[in-house]
Design a protein around this ligand. Structure first.
Ligand code: HEM
Length: 167
């Protein structure tokens, strides 16, 4: 392993955690497993809500489903973010220069923005479009768009994460 470069990124790589992530044989793969378990929890929970927003399983109220799955989505970040940061520490300067890594971070921000817009605008009127009478119809276009974008963005984040190993 070449010596860690200077600057803030070099300091991260040279930190004892950064060194441990590179040198302890089982640490990096174990942290990667935690990242993957978190991703399974994130995608597994969000995908059912996204499909519901697209109009599937309309017998389940969106508000009930959201209350059930979103705490799991939030919990997934407790696994994903620390493990992602630990892996980043190991090769901080390489990842910071990687276009795929930058794209992945931008996509994660895009997913956050999409979720924030949905919750602050469309979800606020859910008592109307998610009422028992209206549930026979597909959700409004803004809800379907939010669900479709969420699916597309999270699949792209997963693809970028996997691509990191090849770039
Ligand atoms: C929030 C949702 C995220 C998703 C869905 C995601 C997805 C993925 C996937 C699928 C992999 C490939 C795992 C493998 O090949 O075994 C990966 C690797 C990685 N992720 Fe994430 N990630 C997320 C967040 C983050 C964050 C917040 C960071 C760091 C700040 C991060 C940093 C990394 C790093 C450094 C790798 C390792 C690449 C390698 O060693 O090849 N990830 N991610």
């Amino acid at each position: 392993m070449s010596p860690a470069p200077g600057g803030a990124l070099g300091a991260l790589e040279g930190s004892s955690l950064g060194q441990a992530m590179r040198q302890w044989l089982w640490l990096y793969p174990s942290v990667e497993v935690v990242h993957l378990v978190g991703i399974a929890l994130l995608f597994g929970s969000i995908v059912v809500l996204d499909l519901r927003l697209l109009g599937l399983s309309r017998h389940i109220p969106v508000r009930v489903l959201a209350r059930h799955v979103l705490p799991w989505t939030a919990a997934s970040f407790l696994l994903i973010i620390p493990s992602g940061l630990l892996m980043f520490l190991a090769h901080a300067s390489e990842f910071a220069e990687s276009e795929v890594f930058i794209l992945k971070m931008l996509l994660i921000m895009g997913a956050g923005l999409n979720a924030a817009l949905f919750h602050s605008i469309t979800f606020r009127t859910a008592d109307v479009w998610d009422s028992e009478a209206m549930r026979r119809l597909p959700p409004p276009p803004s809800a379907r768009l939010a669900g479709a974008l969420s699916l597309l963005i999270w699949i792209s984040v997963i693809a970028c994460g996997r691509l990191l190993a090849y770039t």
